[in-house]
Every structure is written in structure tokens, then in C-alpha cells.
Design a protein around this ligand. Structure first.
Ligand SMILES: [Zn+2]
Length: 347
């Protein structure tokens, strides 16, 4: 029995060797073929390959030593304040712009460092685009004409982290009633909420899918909570009846993921808190919490999620309310109270 197993495993090993040898031969000849077809033409290195290549060279010649992840040589006399750094959290894209340098700047002054957590790197015309594998906050310092960058996760900076979504946007208006677009109501409420959260003195990191009239993909919206390592994710919408006709039906409801709804810090609990706080703040009818797993951003959220339908655009009174700045502020206050209560509960 044992020798049979032994014979079988040596046969497997032999097959593996033959297969990998054939594969190596194939890839080698394929590579040579391709090279022959394009004489003298070398494949361009990707940004990440350049980073690794130049860093290896610099290490061999002991040129630089640094602890931070990236090192960028700055033009003589340039300080931190002249370097423009932008962070697109939705795309996890960090852009570093060094003004007034030539197209070959990064050829003459290569970027050095480690590729940890960097999915993609692009360099041209004094501009570096760094696509990270999650949301990071860059930490920068300038010393001896060099800009050093490290990347911190939101949870390393903040006590709590939340993700907020204003439904629809850009070319996706959502419901339209009497010329009023749902995307604008949702955004107005989120902007009021942002004002409240900006003023809050607790150490909460807030990441928004949008604060402008733009339309991130469903995937980008659903992933933001997970990518930011958020404790919770709240999406804000305005409701319509199924037939879209004006009616007496009104009130607030909050959707949750019924398939990820264990006891404790669940989507359902978060939805219940949002429902109670929003109805208390705007004085709307409580329509309860409802199943939301059929909704893409609910189903695909990696963190506890609640989708608030603040009120009905198909109800004349609520439509008037939803477009009034005072009511929008109250709705934002309700969501704000819900966030603080959820975080206090331990989300
Ligand atoms: Zn909507």
C-alpha cells in the first residue's frame, strides 16, 4: 500500500517536472519569438517596475537610505507647500504634483521606495499617480530636498471611521418629480451632514462617495466602506411609490442587509437606529426597517450598512419638505444623531 502511494507520488512529481519544463520552454521560445518580431524594441517598464528597478540600483550604490515608503527628489529650493497632493478616496488614487518640471523629470530623478499596497503607479510630467489597494492617508515630510511619503490606514489615525453615500448623481438623477431630481435632494442632505460632521470634535474619519454632482459606480460606492475600514456605511435616498404616481403614501424607511444580520452590530441594528433618529428629527411617519439585500450597494457592502429613504417624492407634502433647506438640515441632524448613537453602541 505504502509503496503504491510512493510510486503514485513519484509519478505525479515526474509529470509536474515534464509539464513545467514544457511550460518554461514554451514561454522562453514565445518570448524570443516576440523579441524577434520587434527588433530593437524593448517593452516599456511599468511605473512599479521602474520603482523597483531604480530602488535596487540605488541600494547597490548606497545612495539613499530612508525609513518611509517613498522618496521623491524635489527641484532645488522647493518646499512641501509647493507640492500638490490630492487623495481620491473613491478610486483610492493619490496624486502628487511637482509643478514646473520637464517631461523627463522622473527619468532623471527616479522615485525610490517600496511598492507595498500600491496596485498601480504612473509617472509623467512631474505628476505621480499612485493607486493604492485601499484607502490610505499620505504622511509627508521634506528633508534635504527630498519628499518622504508614508501611507497610513484611516483606523491608524481616527478612533472611528464611517463611509457616507449620497444616492445617484451626475448622469443618474434617480427619481424625478415635478422637475425635482432625487440626486439633488440626497446631495443637499449629505452636505448638511458634512457640515455637522466637520464641526464634530470627536476623532471620526468620514469618507464620502460624493460631495459633488458626480456619479461614482455602484462598485465604488459599495466598496468604499470596506476600503476605508469603516465601522459603518450609510446611504441616503429619497423614495417613490412603485408606480411613481403622486399619492398620500408618506414616511421614512430604512433598508438593511437581511442576509448579514446577526445579533449585535448588524446592518439591521444600524438601520433601526437610523430610522428612530431620522423620524424623531424630521417628525415623519415610521415605516419600519425593510429587507435590502436585493440592492447592489447593500448586498456588496463589507461593513454594516443602512440605506435611508428619508421621505416620498411622490407625496406632495414630503416633496415640498425634502426640497426645503430647513427640512434637509433636520434630516441631516437625524442621521448625525444616528451615527453618534451607533458609534456609542460600539459599532
Ligand atoms: Zn434613490
Amino acid at each position: 500500500m505504502e509503496s503504491k502511494i510512493l510510486k503514485f507520488s513519484s509519478l505525479c512529481l515526474a509529470i509536474m517536472i515534464v509539464v513545467s519544463a514544457a511550460f518554461m520552454y514554451y514561454t522562453d521560445t514565445y518570448g524570443q519569438e516576440r523579441y524577434k518580431q520587434q527588433p530593437g524594441q524593448q517593452e516599456e517598464m511599468s511605473g512599479l517596475q521602474m520603482l523597483e528597478y531604480y530602488t535596487e540600483q540605488a541600494e547597490e550604490s548606497d545612495e539613499v537610505e530612508f525609513e518611509q515608503q517613498l522618496c521623491i527628489e524635489l527641484p532645488e529650493g522647493m518646499g512641501m507647500e509647493e507640492v500638490l497632493i490630492e487623495n481620491d478616496y473613491v478610486k483610492q488614487l493619490i496624486t502628487v504634483e511637482i509643478p514646473q518640471v520637464g517631461a523627463d523629470y522622473f527619468v532623471d530623478h527616479p522615485l525610490l521606495g517600496r511598492s507595498n499596497h500600491i496596485n498601480d503607479l504612473y509617472m509623467a510630467d512631474g505628476r505621480i499617480e499612485i493607486t493604492m489597494d485601499a484607502v490610505y492617508e499620505p504622511q509627508c515630510m521634506v528633508e534635504d530636498g527630498r519628499l518622504y511619503m508614508d501611507f497610513l490606514r484611516p483606523q491608524d489615525i481616527y478612533d472611528k471611521v464611517i463611509a457616507i453615500d449620497a444616492g445617484h448623481g451626475g448622469g443618474a438623477p434617480g427619481a424625478i418629480k415635478q422637475g425635482i431630481m432625487e440626486k439633488d435632494i440626497n446631495l443637499a442632505i449629505i452636505r448638511e451632514l458634512k457640515e455637522l460632521l466637520d464641526k464634530n470634535d470627536r476623532n471620526i474619519g468620514v469618507y464620502y462617495t460624493r460631495t459633488e454632482d458626480v456619479n461614482p459606480t455602484f462598485e465604488q460606492r459599495a466598496q468604499l466602506g470596506g476600503k476605508a475600514g469603516a465601522n459603518l456605511f450609510i446611504s441616503v435616498h429619497s423614495n417613490s411609490t412603485v408606480d411613481g404616481l403622486m399619492s398620500g403614501y408618506n414616511g421614512t424607511e430604512v433598508m438593511y442587509d437581511e442576509l448579514k444580520s446577526e445579533e449585535g452590530f448588524s446592518s439591521r441594528r444600524l438601520a433601526q437606529i437610523c430610522l428612530e433618529e431620522v423620524t424623531a428629527s424630521i417628525g415623519s411617519k415610521d415605516n419600519g426597517v425593510t429587507y435590502g439585500n436585493s440592492i447592489y450597494i447593500i448586498r456588496n457592502s463589507e461593513v454594516p450598512v443602512a440605506l435611508i429613504e428619508v421621505g416620498f417624492m411622490t407625496n406632495q407634502q414630503e416633496l415640498d419638505n425634502l426640497t426645503s433647506p430647513g427640512y434637509q438640515r433636520k434630516a441631516a441632524q437625524g442621521i448625525y444623531n444616528a451615527i453618534l448613537r451607533a458609534l456609542e453602541e460600539g459599532f
